[in-house]
Design a protein around this ligand. Sequence first.
Ligand SMILES: [Zn+2]
Length: 88
Amino acid sequence: MVKNTESPYVATINYRSMLYQTQDMKCTKCKRIRASTVRKVCECSGNYTLVESRSSFYTAIKLFKAIAETFRFSSLMETVNFLTMVSE
Ligand SMILES: [Zn+2]
């Protein structure tokens, strides 16, 4: 038996989460990436939004949850549950 079949999945979803949490914001009007974290609105007066949407991130979370359920990966399930909790 391979001991840690699920660890690549755990590593992948953790990495995916890190990218989501640390991602840039972009302007909804001119699509430029926010240069300063201090600015609340863009120079063009457009609002900033996440580059990767919350729903896109949750689609990935749901996929990993399905994998965890299918293969009974307990560590992956714990990670997915934790990420769901902290991202809400
Ligand atoms: Zn703009």
